[in-house]
Design a protein around this ligand. Structure first.
Ligand code: NAP
Length: 462
């Protein structure tokens, strides 16, 4: 047994289902709202009325941090999930179930108890507004999602007990998935770990599976990184690699094992759009997704690449920038730079190919020879030039000037020919590993709801 945490909006039945589940499992039950009321000596409604929501959230955070991590069932309010430190505290050594229900059902359930709305809005509007605002936070924050719209608390508790005992994947689907994985170029040890997790008698049914999807993926550092993070946060999750030339095939197979999330890499970041039911605004603007999550029967797409480019440059708002290349990483770079009000010129060896690209972002496109006219403060290499044993630089290094910031998105090797030349020319240099680290922080937050510091990610990659 582990600690079981139930969370969800008011009216999703988490408290009653939690009590029943604790009874079925013969473990203690804790309701954080009841613990807060005891701590403050007032009802939740009175706390909101007298001290406001901020005070309530502080007490909630203290209460969650003080919870025992022993075998138990915990029920906690859905608003707690908006704070990543609460999510980290709730998920460590636990299995987190998010209970959902449609707005109408929630309204009927709350109204039937006579509980007042907690904001100044009418109950119906409060529910609609809060549910919509919280959904992005809920998508990654739970191991499992149970829709309680057509279930009473007893049925919900029974479903949870069934998942704890049997998981959500049939033996046959797990075996079919494993055959698929073994047909790809996965390392023997990684396939063996997956087989033990999914198919061995006596297996742990509730391990959630994540993977990097691309072709090829043998070089990806993501399995090492995410498995170390899952261990650090004591989460029952396994990250593997799915390397196949057909993205549709990957998605079809991944769904068989109820995959929780995918990191999408070359060459599928654009292909992924066709498999996504709901794309966030950045995916739509960039035209590519690098993160896919499955949640409550829906496939969600996110892009965290652009934050990985933006963060190390965020102090240089309004600068002039040149992006070299016009592929997927260049699109994320232009989006990131424009979000910092920069004047961006894309230089590419094939400007004709970049026409579509320039339409999307309204940037100037120029051949490689246009570098010096742009007179940039910032240079971003978004081509593979300089990768691996390639000793070339994507531009003539004599054009680099002291004080320029040069960000090479290539991260193998960490020190590229462009960066070496830029350092010699007196430029500020940023290696591609920074993009990898920063986008991974954002991706881990999408995957789990937990905010991990960049230093922790760097440490996991050593
Ligand atoms: P992509 O979609 O294939 O685009 C590559 C771009 O580079 C294209 O515009 C291509 O031009 C251009 N290019 C290729 N070879 C060139 C050369 N010899 N001279 C001039 N231009 C050249 O690839 P991508 O996904 O954007 O990735 C680009 C780079 O970013 C890769 O090195 C990748 O490793 C890196 N990246 C790093 C991270 C990270 O976390 N650090 C994340 C994503 C990507 P044509 O269209 O004319 O071929």
């Amino acid at each position: 047994m582990v600690r079981i945490v139930l969370t969800g909006f008011r009216g999703t039945g988490k408290t009653r289902a939690g009590e029943l589940l604790a009874h079925m499992l013969n473990v203690p039950f804790f309701d954080t709202d009841a613990l807060i009321e005891k701590r403050v000596g007032m009802t939740i409604y009175e706390i909101f009325q007298q001290y406001g929501e901020e005070y309530f959230r502080t007490k909630e955070c203290e209460t969650i941090a003080s919870l025992d991590q022993t075998d138990s069932v915990v029920s906690t309010g859905g608003g707690a999930i908006l704070d990543p430190s609460n999510v980290a505290a709730l998920r460590q050594g636990s299995i987190l179930f998010l209970l959902t229900a449609d707005d109408r059902t929630i309204e009927q359930r709350i109204a039937s108890t006579g509980r007042p709305s907690l904001t100044r809005l009418p109950l119906r509007d409060e529910i609609r507004m809060l549910q919509a605002a919280r959904r992005p936070f809920y998508i990654g924050a739970a191991d499992f999602c149970i829709n309680t719209t057509h279930r009473d608390a007893n049925e919900t508790a029974m479903v949870i007990r069934h998942i704890l005992a049997e998981g959500t994947v049939t033996r046959r689907d797990a075996e079919e998935f494993l055959l698929f994985v073994k047909s790809t170029a996965i390392a023997l040890e990684e396939a063996a770990v997956l087989e033990r997790t999914l198919c061995t008698p006596g297996r742990d049914h509730i391990t959630r599976i994540y993977a990097v999807a691309g072709y090829p993926v043998g070089h990806s550092l993501s399995p090492l990184l995410y498995n170390r993070l899952f261990t650090k946060y004591r989460m029952n999750c396994l990250y593997t690699r799915l390397g196949s030339p057909d993205f549709d095939n990957i998605i079809r197979e991944a769904k068989k094992i109820d995959i929780r999330g995918l990191s999408v890499t070359i060459p599928f970041k654009t292909d992924a759009l066709a498999s996504i039911d709901v794309a966030d605004e950045h995916v739509t603007a960039i035209g590519a997704a690098n993160t896919v999550l499955m949640f409550d029967g829906t496939t969600f797409g996110f892009n965290t690449d652009w934050t990985g480019i933006r963060e190390p440059l965020s102090h240089l708002k309004g600068s002039r920038a040149v992006v070299i290349g016009a592929g997927g990483a260049a699109a994320a770079a232009v989006y990131a730079l424009q979000s910092l009000d920069m004047d961006v010129v894309v230089i590419t060896r094939s400007p004709a190919k970049a026409e579509k690209f320039s339409g999307r972002f309204s940037v100037r496109v120029s051949p490689l020879s246009g570098f010096s006219c742009a007179n940039p403060d910032i240079v971003i290499n978004a081509t593979p030039v300089g990768m691996g044993s390639d000793t070339r630089s994507p531009i003539d290094v004599s054009l680099l000037k002291p004080g320029m910031t040069v960000y090479d998105l290539v991260y193998t090797p960490a020190d590229t020919p462009l960066l070496t030349a830029a350092r010699k020319a007196g430029c500020v240099t940023i290696p591609g590993t920074e993009m990898f680290v920063r986008q991974a922080c954002a991706q881990f937050r999408c995957f789990t709801g937990i905010k991990v510091p960049p230093e922790t990610v760097r440490g996991c990659l050593l």
